[in-house]
Design a protein. Structure first.
Length: 95
């Protein structure tokens, strides 16, 4: 992929090491459980029916946007490459 952002390059390097990736994921899991126990995040089981509908509608819209963005990237039409063979140059003075 061309023109990758510095963040993407960093993540690619970071995720290339399986031990480092596992440590990162474990740290994220612990953070999620800590936030859940503090009541800062809710699971779907803890939401009211109205909250569930809103959250699921949000997820649905986000997924649609993701799919549209992905299909736009896959369907980028670029002009064909120019042929390498150039026609002979004619001189004004040749007869």
């Amino acid at each position: 992929m061309l023109n990758r952002s510095p963040q993407r390059r960093y993540r690619a390097r970071h995720d290339a090491d399986p031990e480092r990736r596992a440590a990162y994921l474990e740290k994220q899991r612990e953070a999620w459980h800590r936030l859940g126990s503090q009541g800062k995040v809710k699971t779907v089981a803890d939401m009211s029916e109205r909250e569930k509908r809103r959250k699921r509608a949000y997820w649905k819209k986000a997924k649609q946007n993701n799919r549209e963005r992905k299909s736009r990237l896959e369907n980028v039409v670029t002009p064909p490459d120019s042929p390498d063979i150039h026609p002979p140059q004619s001189s004004r003075w040749s007869s």
